[in-house]
Design a protein around this ligand. Structure first.
Ligand code: SAM
Length: 252
């Protein structure tokens, strides 16, 4: 069986390319093709991206595009796109725009009447949620909490009223603090910590915040973590299994 020839990229398109969150095997075939065929890669951290490209033997011009230069860089990238260039936007790990640069540049490209094309792939939010065992039908992605204690506390209090599973990102050195805050403000909620996803020491830790703090009292949590909280109230059962409760593809 012969394969159809790979299609080329569409001139004047910004490709949003998801990259691995720990395991290089998670790069998609399409991501590799786009990275090979594009004219330019815009990267959150050029050094990290050079390492990724080198691993897959891809040589490409790379420019930086991070939180501090996204607006200025957008103007330059727009001008390249208007000339018909193809640009791949990547971040250090996972999906661009998810707690990472991307949103502003994507909006600027659409506003300029140009094309954006997603090249989906790894995302810590989706990996953590789908493997957590918590309800997936309705969830709220919180991302990172504010760092300042007042704003952080207010946000955590607000989260009490938000329905569905809550998904938070947290940096390794604030995870202990977050668990302590959850022990105070969400004491009865079941929490899942998805740690080091797709990596050698991947781990899912379950319990209330207090129980997890006890489990980790001797060996503090290290590495990258997604924190998930069960919904505040169990959904009212209709007696139907989730598969029976209506899927968009079900016939009426
Ligand atoms: N854009 C990325 C994505 O699509 O998931 C997220 C980038 S954000 C700057 C980094 C945060 O994502 C980390 O602090 C952690 O909360 C989460 N994260 C990224 N990789 C992870 C991994 N391998 N395991 C667990 N959490 C991860």
């Amino acid at each position: 069986m012969s394969e159809a020839p790979a299609p080329g990229l569409i001139p004047g398109t910004l490709y949003l390319v998801a990259t691995p969150i720990g395991n290089l095997e998670d790069i998609t075939l399409r991501a590799l093709r786009v990275l090979r065929q594009c004219d330019l890669v815009a990267a959150e951290d050029t050094r990290r991206t050079f390492q990724l490209l080198r691993h897959f033997q891809i040589e490409k011009p790379v420019v930086s595009c991070h939180a501090h230069n996204e607006v200025a860089r957008a103007a330059q990238l727009l001008s390249r796109l208007r000339q018909g260039a193809t640009v791949a936007l990547v971040t250090d790990a996972g999906s661009p725009g998810i707690s990472d640069p991307g949103e502003r540049i994507v909006r600027a490209v659409w506003d300029a009447g140009l094309r954006v094309e997603p090249v989906p792939g790894p995302c810590a939010l989706v990996a953590a949620l789908t493997a957590s065992g918590l309800p997936t039908a309705e969830f709220h992605f919180v991302g990172f909490l504010p760092h300042k204690s007042g704003a952080r506390r207010r946000r955590l209090e607000q989260l009490r009223t938000i329905p569905g599973t809550l998904v938070l990102y947290e940096s390794p050195h604030r995870i202990q603090r977050l668990l302590e805050e959850c022990a105070e403000l969400h004491p009865d909620r079941r929490i899942v910590i998805a740690r080091e996803l797709t990596k050698k020491f991947e781990q899912f830790i379950r319990g209330t915040a207090r129980e997890i703090l006890q489990q980790c009292s001797e060996r503090p949590l290290r590495g990258e973590c997604v924190v998930l909280m069960e919904p505040t109230e169990a959904p009212v059962s209709t007696g139907e299994s989730p598969a029976e409760s209506g899927h968009p593809s079900d016939p009426d």
